[in-house]
Design a protein. Structure first.
Length: 131
């Protein structure tokens, strides 16, 4: 099985992980339930995490920026952050990382990677069946 995430959804998850203090792409992978890495996009994911933390942007801010970029309004996204008082160079790097993410990613879902709560429930189900 697999799931499709568009850029806005992916950037929102990245923002949630950045806001929670997660500083790596591994937290993003776990949040979306992907058993495989981002491959050539790993650097961009790390860049968005770092940029979100450095500029103190919320998941909603990042989602909004990704939407602007997806609509071809990269300059407007850049200007919006500069107008908030962020340094142009930092903004340019973040906007570039968001823009470099694909418009959509297909995330393989693996049943071999159960969520921790599901793994804890399995023995209970087995014991109930034997009673």
């Amino acid at each position: 099985p697999q799931r499709r995430l568009d850029r806005v959804e992916l950037v929102t998850v990245i923002g949630q992980q950045a806001a929670a203090g997660a500083g790596s792409e591994q937290a993003v992978l776990e949040a979306i339930g992907s058993p495989v890495g981002f491959g050539g996009q790993t650097g961009n994911v790390r860049g968005v995490v770092a940029g979100a933390q450095a500029l103190n942007l919320s998941p909603a801010d990042l989602s909004h920026l990704a939407g602007l970029i997806g609509d071809g309004l990269q300059e407007a996204a850049h200007q919006e952050l500069v107008n908030r008082g962020h340094r142009p160079k930092q903004v340019r790097v973040l906007i570039g990382d968001i823009a470099a993410l694909p418009g959509a990613v297909t995330v393989p879902q693996s049943t071999a990677w159960p969520a921790p709560e599901r793994a804890q429930q399995t023995p209970e189900v087995s014991s109930d069946e034997t009673n």
